[in-house]
Each structure stands twice: as structure tokens, then as C-alpha cells.
Design a protein around this ligand. Sequence first.
Ligand code: IMP
Ligand code: MG
Length: 183
Amino acid sequence: MDHKVTLHDKTFKLFIPNEKIEKAIDAVAERLNADYADATDEDPLVLLCTLNGAIIFAAELLKRLSFPIVLKACKLSSYQGTQSTGSIKTEVPLPAHLEGRRVIIVEDIVDTGNTIEALTGLLKAAKVRDCKVCTLLVKPEVYKKDVKLDYVAMEIPNRFIVGFGLDYDELGRNIKDIYVLDE
Ligand code: IMP
Ligand code: MG
């Protein structure tokens, strides 16, 4: 197995192997299955996948969820290279008809929280009935916002990572393990 990868001008080393990621997703899915057992075909949970980073996490979650659920997506962006820019752009707007629905935001990673704060604000304005956050990763040393992170699969230190959907300037999403910037 190759333990280092180079993307653009940077080298990354193996950080979280796929098996460990999948186990963490199993645990989150188990909690969701318990918490949303009351969802029905008439009132399914809306899983809102944040493009592009959360695609793989959302797919792995979906495979494990056993209650009525519909898949939607939107895209906000704040990152350039390895830095959060603080200004949020809406690249794919929220889906229509969210009023009165229960929504779970599926994120790849919460860093400064600028993105999740903006997105929960948009969902509130769309008059959803309930909005929860499910993220594969969080960097607790950096996250200082008030938005509650209801379902967190894994916590990591303040390092820049790629793989399992996460990118460095669009490369690295297809790596099945998570790699960290080798500094
Ligand atoms: P925030 O708005 O600062 O919380 O940043 C959230 C978004 O930035 C995530 O959804 C990712 O797309 C991206 N991001 C944050 N940290 C990383 C990282 O370590 N690697 C790759 N992308 C990241
Ligand atoms: Mg993202």
C-alpha cells in the first residue's frame, strides 16, 4: 500500500484508513436509524448532501439508512487551496419545497463553521420543520460557532486533509483513505 500521495505541489501522508472511516460511519448510521425510525413515506427525512466534498460520505450513509429518506444536494463554497476564505458563495442553490420538512445536512468537514452557519441560516429561512447537522469530520480546535453538530463521525486536529471526498484544489477526492498534509 502506498502511504504518500502528491497532489499539485503538496505531499500528503496516510492519516485515517478506510476501514476506520467506515466503522465511524456505521456508528453514526446506527444513531440515525434509531432517531428517525418514525419517518414515513409521506414524511421522509430530507438528506441534504453538500457538494462536492460530502458525496462519498452521503453515499456510504445512505447505504446504511433503513427509514424513508430523500436525497437532495446543494453547494456552498468557502475554501480556496488549503485555506477557508470566510466568504460563502452559493454555487448550487437549496432545493425547492423544503418548507415543513425535516432536514439533515450531510457535510464532509466542519472547520471554521462558516459554511454550516450559512447553510443552517438558509434552511431556517426556507422554513424547514427541523434541521440537524451530520458531518464526517470536525476540527474542534477551530470550530467556535453556536450551530450544534448533532452527528459527528470523527474529530481531527487542525490539519489539512484530503481523500474520501475531500479535495485539495479539486484533486484527491477519489482516494479511499484520508491523507494529511505532510509538513
Ligand atoms: P468551513 O466553512 O471553514 O467550516 O469549511 C468547510 C468546508 O471547507 C468543508 O465543507 C470543506 O469543503 C472545506 N474544508 C475544510 N477543511 C478542509 C480540509 O482539511 N480539507 C479539505 N477541505 C476542507
Ligand atoms: Mg464541503
